[in-house]
Ligand binder design. Structure first.
Ligand code: AMP
Length: 553
């Protein structure tokens, strides 16, 4: 690579599979194979004594050592009560995910001969503050400089826009991965990607289709052997059925029928699963995605977008034929399958490439070292503008092709998938959440709103920062989740009804900062919302040093 530009890698940290990509000198996003020569790596961690095994081998080991193998970690990202215990040590989801990230980076380093230091990691658009922060921390534990967390559908749209450029197109990105479903409306132009609206379900993915097959197999076992034993209580059988279910699901994407054998307690039976039956037992899951899509379309309509040009399918689970079939039936147009396993990592890599070029240009502008450019005239230009106005000069300066430079021009505008507010009391003295930022608002966004103290001589204002999914300005407390708190100390002797201004600032990657000001004597408090459910402080330092000393296979 050109040694003056720092490479920024794109990582798709998936529920079931993960992958890593970079942009080559010609501007092409390339997924790097792992040590097993596969382009996607199962996001599965096997604790094998003092070492850790990640990927296909870990997945295979889940049969033999079900208690030492952890899968579907992403579904627990940002949850404080998820703990995996091994040899009396507790591991949180961010630390477990850091092993997956390390494995990806390690193998990429071997294949490319270059160290992975800076990364862009993707997460579902649906992720809230806690889950996003946990994803970032996972990267930090793995030793990366996490440059940005971007949304998976946005990354897929970046890859799509780069692969099939068009003047203007409104697309629906239907993203069904292993554990999450995101539906996003995006306007793609030659040099911009603008997210209009997003929706989805954090807990709906290919894994749920697997679980339905597992439940069906249990039933068939019970019926055939005339027993009511819950065979899933046996961890070996549970793991075995999970693996067979996923395998059968994939076969049914190609064929109409698949044989499955179930072995448990010395008995072995054979079940034949037809695609028709599989579609029948999973119909309601598919319908849930249609309902989420319709809901999102209603919100888009309210924003003036009543139509779209194409449906793009990403995520491995969209390979199930019932998905395009049902979407065509509902929306009339034939959905397009777009690089379902790699689009997200590639889009993240293209985004990383843009950041890396901007960094490189910023340094060169500062030290006036871009050959062939009049530095007095470019000193006031941003790297973006320089790339736009002088692509050939930039290409010559950094040693990439002009095609690669043009690919970096994409500008991204995203929206927040959650609403954020504070707890207030209404005139009936009932606690409610007042949303300052409502979901599907473009980010970055900065909102200030005045609230009032309740009593004479109030000493403090206790601010409870809440996250929810409502589109309304006020929401019941029970429909919101507390993500942080702050205390504003007030000066003595204030009357009641004193205005307090609260500001919420949400950046492009979903990080929230709040400020509160008492306007009379200007006492103030600033809080970067520190999510309680994510490792921090000493626990984080320990996880980082543990990570460095562990060997990952
Ligand atoms: P992703 O998170 O995008 O890697 O998607 C992973 C999900 O896609 C898992 O649930 C896989 O079982 C599922 N998947 C991958 N390939 C296929 C296939 N050919 N047919 C059905 N599901 C698949």
């Amino acid at each position: 690579m050109n040694d003056q530009l720092k490479r920024i890698f794109g990582i798709d940290l998936g529920t079931t599979y993960s992958s890593i990509a970079y942009v080559d000198e010609y501007g092409k996003a390339v997924v790097l194979p792992n040590a097993e020569n596969q382009r996607v790596t199962p996001s599965v961690v096997f604790f094998d004594g003092d070492s850790i095994v990640v990927g296909e081998i870990a997945k295979e080991c889940s049969k033999l050592y079900p208690n030492e193998v952890v899968s579907f970690i992403k579904r627990s990202m940002g949850e404080s009560d998820f703990i995996y215990e091994y040899k009396k040590r507790a591991y949180r989801p961010e630390e477990l995910s850091s092993y997956v990230l390390r494995k990806l980076a390690q193998d990429a380093e071997t294949s490319l001969g270059e160290k992975v230091t800076d990364v862009v990691i993707t997460c579902p658009a649906y992720f809230g503050i806690n889950e996003r922060e946990a994803t970032r921390v996972a990267g930090e534990i793995a030793g990366f400089n996490v440059r940005q967390i971007i949304n998976e559908p946005t990354a897929a749209a970046i890859a799509y826009g780069a692969a099939e450029p068009s003047e203007k197109k409104v697309v629906l990105v239907y993203d069904l991965g292993g554990g999450t479903f995101d539906i996003t409306m995006i306007e793609i132009r030659i040099d911009s990607i603008e997210v209009i609206c997003t929706g989805g379900d954090h807990n709906l993915g290919g894994k749920d289709w697997d679980d339905r097959i597992v439940a069906y197999l249990v039933q068939e076992f019970q019926k055939t052997l005339d027993t009511d034993e819950d065979i899933l209580e046996d961890p070996d059988t549970w793991q075995d059925l999970q693996l067979s279910a996923e395998r059968s699901k994939k076969i049914l994407s190609q064929r109409d029928i698949t044989p499955i054998s179930i072995t448990h307690g010395g008995e072995r039976i054979k079940v034949v699963l037809e695609r028709k039956k599989f579609e029948e037992i999973t119909q309601d899951l598919l319908e849930r995605t249609v309902v989420f899509t319709q809901e999102m379309l209603q919100e888009a309509k309210a924003k003036g977008y009543s139509d779209f040009d194409e449906i793009i399918l990403v995520g491995g689970a969209t390979r199930m034929p019932q998905i395009p079939h049902r979407l065509k039936e509902e929306f009339g147009s034939e959905p397009k399958m777009f690089d379902p396993d790699e689009a997200v990592a590639k889009g993240a890599a293209i985004y990383g490439w843009k950041l890396s070029l901007n960094d490189g240009l910023a340094i060169r502008i500062a030290d006036k070292s871009i050959k062939g450019m009049d530095h007095d005239s470019i000193i006031d230009l941003t790297p973006d503008l320089i790339v736009k106005q002088m692509p050939q000069e930039v290409a010559d300066a950094v040693g990439y092709t002009i095609g690669a430079i043009k690919k970096s021009r994409v500008s991204i505008k995203d929206v927040t998938s959650k609403s954020f507010g504070v707890v207030v009391r209404n005139p009936e003295d009932r606690e409610l959440v007042y949303n300052l930022i409502v979901k599907n608002t473009p980010v970055p966004v900065d909102v200030t709103k005045a609230f009032f103290t309740a009593v004479v001589n109030q000493e403090t204002v206790f601010i409870r920062i809440m996250e929810n999914e409502s589109k309304e300005e006020t929401v019941f407390l029970s429909e919101s989740m507390e993500i942080g708190t702050a205390i504003l100390k007030l000066p003595n002797g204030l009357p009641a009804e004193q205005p307090i201004e609260i500001s919420f600032k949400l950046n492009e990657e979903g990080r929230l900062q709040i400020a509160a000001v008492e306007t009379k004597e200007s006492s103030s408090v600033n809080v970067a919302v520190e999510t309680k459910s994510v490792i921090h402080g000493k626990e984080l330092d320990e996880a980082i040093s543990r990570n460095q000393s562990i060997i990952i296979y």
